[in-house]
Design a protein around this ligand. Structure first.
Ligand code: CU
Length: 148
């Protein structure tokens, strides 16, 4: 390869790498217009350094289906980051940790447990799990809250 071409290829590679790093904290959130706890979860993500692209949807069931969220893992909003889904009130640090797990299709906090981010009602705290969906369709517990 001529030196000049090689340089172009190298800078394309570097730029690609930088773009990816900058993208990693940008998250797309799909939610229903009337969902209040979804907006509170968006605030939680933003206060943890995420840039949120907010998408108001008319049919969340279709969105979840298209994004590959199994109905048994369903919650309110569905987010996507780097091709992986985030279903429901998943804590921001788990979304960051997911970036080291490309083997998972996504993460979910099924239902809407009290005390999860965006679901704060006074001191109420339901125990809940953050689960990952493997490419084989298996569910793996990745974290439990409240932590010890
Ligand atoms: Cu919710």
């Amino acid at each position: 390869m001529p030196a000049k071409l090689r340089l172009v290829a190298l800078s394309a590679l570097l730029l690609g790498g930088f773009a990816q790093a900058a993208d990693s904290l940008t998250i797309d959130v799909h939610r229903d217009a009337n969902c209040g706890c979804c907006k509170d979860w968006i605030k939680h993500m933003e206060s943890n350094g995420f840039e949120v692209n907010d998408h108001v949807e008319t049919n969340m069931a279709t969105v979840k289906q298209e994004l590959g969220v199994p109905p048994r893992l369903g919650s309110c909003h569905t987010a996507v980051i780097n091709g992986q889904f985030i279903e429901g009130h998943v804590p921001a640090d788990q979304v960051i940790a997911l970036q080291a797990r490309p083997d998972l299709l996504g993460l979910a906090v099924p239902g809407m447990p009290m005390g999860s981010p965006g679901m704060e009602y006074g001191d109420r705290q339901d125990p809940y799990q953050v689960v990952g969906l493997t490419k084989k369709g298996e569910i793996e517990v990745v974290a439990e809250y409240p932590g010890n």
